[in-house]
Design a protein around this ligand. Sequence first.
Ligand SMILES: Cc1cc2nc3c(=O)[nH]c(=O)nc-3n(C[C@H](O)[C@H](O)[C@H](O)COP(=O)(O)OP(=O)(O)OC[C@H]3O[C@@H](n4cnc5c(N)ncnc54)[C@H](O)[C@@H]3O)c2cc1C
Length: 406
Amino acid sequence: MNHNCDFLIIGGGIVGLTIAHQLVERKISKNIIIIDKEDSLGCHSSGRNSGVLHAGIYYEPNSVKAKVCVSGAKRLRKWAIEKGIQVKNCGKLIIPQKSHLDSQLDILYARGKENGAVINFVDSKDIEKLAPDAKITTGRGLWSPNTAVIDSLSVIKSLQKDLESKGIKIINSVKDWKLDKKTSQIFLNKGVHIKYGYLINSAGLQADKIAHEFDVGFDYKIIPFKGIYWKLRKNCSININLNLYPVPDLNVPFLGVHFTPCANNNSIIIGPTAIPALGRENYKLLENIEYKNSIDDFAFLAKQYFLNLDGFRKYVNEQAFLGIPSFFLKSAQDLIPNLKRNQIERSNKVGIRAQLFNLRSNKIVKDFLCLKGEKSLHIISAISPAFTASFSFADLIIDNYLLKDI
Ligand SMILES: Cc1cc2nc3c(=O)[nH]c(=O)nc-3n(C[C@H](O)[C@H](O)[C@H](O)COP(=O)(O)OP(=O)(O)OC[C@H]3O[C@@H](n4cnc5c(N)ncnc54)[C@H](O)[C@@H]3O)c2cc1C
């Protein structure tokens, strides 16, 4: 069977699904096909993240992230409530884990205010009330009442159902396809082909490779960073029911090990780490290792380290070895000093960040990034908070690219 569509979306993660949702909602087209290589949706970042609806605090004002995070969070929350998906409104406390980090709170406060986030300073008494076991380092912290938590896989499943009920075709298990740019078609196995008017590449961890097939983005490469989670053991005496975050290293887009309540139950996850992975889908220790690629990635990261580009040495010293349990525990103890090794256990949750680097400038790409190709758009950086921001990010993509290109 062959298909003809206005928009072909490669990748049914949150980015692809919300673009399709907004194309339908805004009556731009209903003739949309989404293909995904996995047998079900949500197998990668969109179904494996922390589920935090971020409040818009961290991002440099005027960045794309800053423009879409606050409104995106409001929209996703509203959409989820309408669909009956539970949103846990537990807020977030950010505390400096070392006293020299106290001044960073002022930067975060200023950024948050400028980005439209609700945020205020709290003192020792407030911190003690909000999170009795949290470390009080300098007597100051930041409180974000609007940070919430949601089950990300429920969002993906519900969006899929919604889109399918509106006639959008979602084709799973498309492991292999070939592109013919000249005729604007892709060929699936068994002789099936899809002719498209416009192609949207929202393939997450693989998006740079697909962009390269369209002859765009050769200066960029995704390097995978593994996010391992631990969790508090059941009945452990640590008292926490909100998001507890450290002051992050603002040179890199990783927020540091933090505590997050799960949306659907009473468990508390700790993490994720951000350690270089041995493959883009290397979720388990020896699974999907990409030997050649990993050597290239590690050589590139070693260069970052030695040249100390973007303060990369600090990242390596503080975060690259958090896969080692004792280092991980120490990092968690920076927030909760009384936490003991026997109070935590490994969670089976693992996610992999699709972190983009600019190979020409050797810079880490901190913002979202879309590149235009022939009859196509390539979303090659959609890292956190792309889940939170998805509905607003989708509208921005439609307004700034799709409506101008079609
Ligand atoms: C550990 C971790 C924690 C995070 N925590 C948060 C958080 O708390 N809050 C937040 O807002 N964000 C968070 N994020 C970020 C967020 O999850 C991502 O920004 C978002 O999910 C990216 O969505 P996506 O659609 O671009 O990618 P994905 O979800 O990876 O979707 C891409 C899809 O493309 C498909 N695909 C890939 N290649 C092909 C191909 N060749 N052909 C067909 N299909 C293909 C894949 O199967 C996949 O389904 C976190 C991310 C990680 C890794």
